[in-house]
Design a protein around this ligand. Structure first.
Ligand SMILES: Cc1cc2nc3c(=O)[nH]c(=O)nc-3n(C[C@H](O)[C@H](O)[C@H](O)COP(=O)(O)O)c2cc1C
Length: 223
């Protein structure tokens, strides 16, 4: 399985989202999945913010782009290719101010590309191109935003991720939201981590089954 793994926490060794995402990959491997990781840390290799040149070039038909426009789009093209070539996508991120880290938003701005991650059908329908990939969003939150909590209505992260990735074809993403990991008592924080680890183990088991079926299907086609 080719897994594109994106980390986006500003923290390093103290980051829960980074630790949980590593644990998820280890569990996948223990389930017998042959995982080939393509890794991107968007806090280190931060995709460029949208510039005027990008805003113009991205909506210009490929055949009409100048050499400068192609240069402007090259890094974004490369990120789109990494997404499209992956079998599975793992996006790990903390919640910052009720939504996503700005570096991850910059990533989304780079991978939402007409002609690459979404295309138009003959009758003008938008067809997202990431419908074949398994997708896991692993989010960490300081507060508890689960249903029933006073903060439940503040979750601007989940709908933003669903909308952005739904547009480029991700139909049924999985969410594992570890919460509350900061603004709570030690016991609640410890329980939240264990809850997330159990959910991640379940997802890893599901992905292992899916991967075995995918490989079996491929072998059947190749035979
Ligand atoms: C700048 C900043 C903003 C944050 N905003 C929120 C927030 O709006 N809601 C929330 O529940 N937690 C918020 N947190 C807490 C983090 O989401 C939480 O600590 C999370 O576990 C961090 O993940 P990490 O350990 O991978 O960095 C914020 C943390 C930082 C540093």
């Amino acid at each position: 399985m080719k897994l594109f793994h994106v980390d986006s926490s500003a923290k390093r060794e103290h980051s829960n989202s980074r630790a949980l995402s590593r644990q998820f990959i280890d569990t996948l491997r223990r389930q017998g999945v042959d995982v080939e990781v393509d890794y991107l840390d968007v806090t280190v290799d931060t995709p460029a913010h949208v510039t005027e040149a990008f805003a113009i070039a991205t909506y210009r038909a490929e055949s009409e782009r100048t050499a400068d426009m192609k240069t402007t789009l090259a890094a974004s093209d490369a990120l789109c290719r990494r997404l499209l070539e992956a079998d599975a996508l793992l996006f790990a991120m903390p919640m910052y101010n009720w939504s996503m880290p700005s570096v991850f938003k910059a990533f989304i701005d780079n991978v939402t590309r007409t002609g690459l991650t979404y295309k138009y059908s003959a009758d003008g329908q938008i067809i997202g191109q990431l419908s074949r990939q398994k997708v896991l969003f692993l989010t960490t939150r300081g507060a508890d935003l689960r249903a029933g909590s006073p903060f439940a209505s503040m979750d601007a992260l989940t709908p933003a991720l669903k909308a952005s990735f739904g547009f480029i074809g991700v139909g049924e993403p999985t969410f594992v939201d570890a919460q509350p990991l900061q603004f709570s008592d030690p016991q609640s924080r410890a329980e939240a981590l264990v809850r997330a680890q159990h959910e991640l183990a379940d997802v890893a088991a599901q992905w292992a089954v899916w991967e075995r079926e995918r490989i079996a299907g491929k072998e059947l086609i190749d035979a």
